[in-house]
Ligand binder design. Structure first.
Ligand SMILES: Cc1cc2nc3c(=O)[nH]c(=O)nc-3n(C[C@H](O)[C@H](O)[C@H](O)COP(=O)(O)OP(=O)(O)OC[C@H]3O[C@@H](n4cnc5c(N)ncnc54)[C@H](O)[C@@H]3O)c2cc1C
Ligand code: SF4
Length: 621
């Protein structure tokens, strides 16, 4: 990774991981106090890049943003864990840049007085609505390759449903467009407008009703914060990206996860939702008079209204849950096992993973993940794996069905001993194996446990050997905490999934399809793979999770693009030209086939509306 501050700043992925305290480091101190994304490391990265490109003037907001960075280094730890970036150099450079502007006697730009802004401030308070360009610029862009920067006129931070309603009525009266934003983690260029960005970050209320098995969450509550709160009380929620807001995630992608194998997706994710519609009226989905958001429409949609609160289901956790990784030498067998488990209702969370995901999730650095990825197949024979979380009965069943498994304790050893696992001595030793079975079977053999222990020396110190010297102490103490090597905790809180975008920004394609259609899975792999190869794009199979008792599945294939490269942007456009008509055609001609273009923003629908053919027939959008 580069040490150049501008290069680092330009690579900020906007996955918002610096807005959640997922490493127990605490948050960037100014963020929770000032609320605007500009006061989090992500915002400061954008601001520095904008300043260097002369896109913003010196403002009071900019001076405050630079001054309130205490150079505490929290962002360096958080961002390194998630993306491998080291933002501290950017923070230092930003402070120096702003200081230099001040010293050179540069005038301070005063944003214009504005009637709409005055009214917004009356609704939310003077500090929570702004038109300062230094703040606006952090709401103007994301790494999505097919969208240009769009500066909003205002950003406003409502704290309640009533405030959202007043803002919507004001915007309607003044004819100003609005967009609602959770944490901007969709990175599909969806949260931009030249009007008002309604940032829900202050709406962070979480109420757990244990007797009712529900949690009521405000629009600004993230998946991570809800999962942490629920698990403190012995519950689990179905949550996906940790920094995504629960409400935004439900609306936008229907919140699918590997846990959807048992907890479902789309309308399974909520009990009730509260909305403010485009006239500022407050509605609840449980009210028979409210618009029917349960019906799937086969066309491109925008969010139906602003969700201000959601009531989501809580799930019990049994005290003997653990993760298992079942290795496979081929794709088809892995898919068949995943489906079979779902048909038999074995396992809570199920996913078919390829070497890219396995390596990425286990490795604290990009370099180590690339080496692991190469060796998983070549050396150990692990071409695919089924990741399962199950109680002890479920795990016994998986072992009976699958034979060799990497169980939770072994997975922990591999994570902690990874630098040695990939050391020459160990790899050379495994290469000498000449049996009839794939080499991973040696690893999985319980008799090999003492030998693995001795060879890998799996300790937090060993794991931390992989990272830069100045971060080793931090990683050592992190790996001393059992949750950071626990497959169940990591999967529930999903703090490693953003590592997929560690080498380049991820551009994901999501498809729902029949889970027994192995031929179609192969066609998807081949077509996505060949298209990427022809266009010279980094690419990889993502994952498959079976759902609805093995009848349907969600499938992900990922392209990786350098968000700063004009060439990669052109490649992304070329991808869309080829892939979109092909997927559109499949969605019209194959039962149970749908892709993200049409389910996006329809997260409240019943999944059955697009899993199965009903009375309404699909037509071309
Ligand atoms: C690395 C990575 C992995 C991901 N993996 C998954 C995954 O496994 N499963 C999954 O479901 N998603 C996944 N996503 C997608 C992402 O989690 C979702 O897009 C999520 O919605 C982002 O949440 P957000 O709060 O940042 O939403 P934003 O990006 O802020 O908003 C997304 C959309 O929802 C709208 N919106 C936001 N809040 C509200 C609201 N309160 N009311 C109405 N509309 C609203 C916005 O206008 C926008 O159209 C992944 C994303 C990344 C970057
Ligand atoms: S170094 Fe600055 S930007 Fe980074 S977390 Fe600390 S205060 Fe925030």
């Amino acid at each position: 990774m580069s040490n150049d501050p501008l290069e680092t700043a330009s690579q900020c992925r906007h996955y918002a991981m610096c807005k959640i305290d997922y490493l127990e480091t605490g948050l960037c101190p100014s963020g929770p106090e000032k609320h605007y994304v500009a006061y989090y490391p992500q915002g400061r990265m954008d601001i520095y890049a904008a300043l260097k490109r002369n896109l913003i003037p010196l403002t009071e907001g900019l001076i405050d943003i630079a001054d309130t960075c205490t150079l505490c280094r929290i962002c360096d730890k958080q961002c390194h864990f998630a993306t491998g970036l080291r933002p501290l150099s950017v923070m230092k450079a930003l402070k120096a840049e702003v200081e230099a502007l001040k010293e050179s006697g540069h005038s301070i730009h005063q944003p214009p007085q504005d009637e709409v802004l005055e009214e917004l401030r009356q609704i939310v308070g003077p500090a929570c609505a702004t038109n300062d360009p230094a703040i606006l610029i952090t709401y103007a862009n994301d790494p999505f390759p097919l969208k240009e920067m769009q500066m909003p006129r205002f950003v406003v931070l409502p704290a309640s449903t009533a405030e959202v309603s007043f803002i919507v009525k004001l915007a309607r009266r003044k004819g100003v467009p609005t967009v609602v934003r959770g944490n901007g983690g969709s990175v599909y260029g969806m949260v931009f407008t030249d009007g008002i960005v309604i940032d829900t970050t202050r709406m962070k209320d979480i109420r757990i009703d244990a007797d009712n098995w529900t949690a009521t969450v405000g629009a600004g509550v993230t998946s991570f914060d809800l999962q942490r709160e629920a698990s403190r009380l012995g519950f689990r929620v179905n949550a996906a990206e940790p920094a995504a807001t629960v409400c935004g995630n439900i609306i936008c992608t229907g919140l699918f996860s590997t846990w959807s194998a048992s907890y479902g997706t789309f309308s399974d994710n909520f009990i009730d939702m509260e909305f403010v519609d485009d006239e500022g009226r407050v509605t609840h989905l449980s009210d028979p008079a409210s618009p029917n958001l349960y019906a799937y429409q086969h066309r491109v949609m925008t969010p139906p209204a602003i969700c201000t609160r959601a009531i989501v289901p809580l799930y019990p956790i049994s005290n003997d849950e653990e993760s298992l990784l079942v290795p496979f030498t081929n794709f088809e067998d892995a898919v068949r096992l995943a489906r079979e488990l779902n048909i038999r209702r074995i396992g809570l969370s199920i996913a078919v993973l390829g070497p890219h995901y396995i390596a990425t999730f286990l490795s604290p650095t990009l370099e180590l993940s690339q080496r692991l990825k190469q060796n998983l197949g070549n050396v150990f024979g692990i071409e695919y794996a089924v990741f399962v979380i199950a109680d002890s009965y479920g795990r016994d069943a998986v072992k009976k069905m699958a034979g060799s498994v990497i169980d939770g304790p072994l997975l922990r050893k591999l994570m902690l001993g990874l630098p040695r696992f990939l050391g020459k001595d160990w790899i050379d030793l495994v290469r000498t194996y000449e049996g009839d079975h794939p080499p991973y079977e040696i690893l999985c053999d319980p008799a090999a446990a003492p030998f693995i222990e001795a060879a890998l020396q799996p300790t937090p110190v060993t794991a931390a050997e992989a990272v830069e010297e100045d971060l080793r102490q931090f990683y050592t103490s992190l790996y001393h905490k059992p949750q950071y090597t626990d497959g169940v905790w990591l999967s529930m809180h999903r703090i490693v999934s953003c590592r997929m975008g560690r080498h380049k920004h991820i551009f994901a394609f999501l498809v729902y399809l029949p889970a027994d259609d192995i031929e179609m899975f192969n066609t998807l792999n081949e077509t996505f793979g060949c298209t990427a190869k022809e266009l010279g794009i980094d690419h990889d199979f993502g994952f498959i999770t079976p759902m609805d008792m093995g009848k349907r599945a969600v499938y992900e294939y990922d392209y990786y693009l350098d968000q700063t490269s004009a060439k990669d942007k052109r490649k992304a456009a070329a991808v869309m030209e080829r892939i979109v008509p092909w997927l559109d055609d499949l969605a019209l001609t194959r039962k149970g086939f749908t892709w993200i273009k049409t389910f996006f923003s329809q997260g409240c629908v019943r999944k059955e509306g697009f899993f199965y053919e009903g009375f309404s027939k699909r037509t071309k959008d």
